[in-house]
Design a binder for this molecule. Structure first.
Ligand code: VGL
Ligand code: ZN
Length: 228
């Protein structure tokens, strides 16, 4: 199959960035220059995703009763709304990326004019959805975005994932991309993590899923530059 790369920029939104983001990732805004450089390269498709929650989203600690409602600390077991036997235990967060709020906007540093598609995710209040492809349930899946269709229709071979956060939405988006059959790369310098101490584990998960961690100067990026 011929090399046809796509760039997927995950959740580069105000609420994930200092100084005002409710769920600010350390160094979140600083990756914008690297992402903009990648946007200048001849990727066949350039996509930005947005975490885009209703105010009553299940991942917000504020929507749960005490004492298990501490943002960043508490966990909650979500039942698949279509099959209560299937469950997903997940961390609760401060309110973030609420539809229609400034926190949900892509950061202004991002050169959004170079982006071909914006994919919104996390709109279903009943499920967490870190991956920009789908929620974590499989039996059955509850909520799916248009991302897989857009990539398959364009006959993309390789997906390069960047953005926020390495240990949550970047990780699950990259793993799902590999599951969809795309050769998948995460460009390390163009991501940042909520918890940098978790990165060793995250990189092991990439290995297991067949996702490669690459640098801005890697052979994989050189191959993109050589396209015209
Ligand atoms: C994310 C936590 C909650 C992310 C989204 O974009 O990594 N993290 N929602
Ligand atoms: Zn979220």
């Amino acid at each position: 199959m011929s090399f046809k790369p796509a760039l997927v920029i995950v959740d580069l939104q105000e609420d994930f960035c200092p100084p005002n983001g409710s769920l600010a990732v350390p160094g979140g805004r600083e990756i914008a220059s690297k992402v903009n450089y990648l946007l200048s390269l001849p990727f066949a498709l350039k996509i930005a995703t947005k975490d885009f929650h209703p105010q009553d989203h299940i991942s917000f600690a504020s929507n749960h009763p005490p004492p298990n409602n501490k943002p960043f600390e508490s966990f909650f077991t979500i039942k698949n709304p279509l099959n209560p036997e299937e469950t997903d235990t997940t961390r609760l967060w401060p309110d973030h990326c609420v539809q229609g709020t400034p926190g949900s906007e892509l950061i202004p540093e991002l050169e959004v004019a170079k982006v071909h598609h914006i994919v919104e995710k996390g709109q279903d209040k009943r499920v967490e959805m870190y991956s920009a492809f789908a929620d974590p349930f499989t039996n059955p899946t509850v909520s799916r975005s248009k991302l897989a269709d857009v990539l398959h229709e364009a006959k993309i071979s390789d997906v390069f994932v960047v953005g926020l956060a390495t240990d949550y939405c970047v990780k699950f988006t990259a793993i799902d991309s590999a599951k969809e059959g795309f050769t998948t790369h995460v460009v390390g310098e163009a991501t940042n993590a909520v918890d940098p101490s978790s990165l060793d584990e995250v990189y092991k998960d990439f290995d297991k899923a067949g996702v490669s961690l690459v640098g801005m100067d890697s052979e994989a990026i050189k191959k993109v530059k050589e396209l015209t």
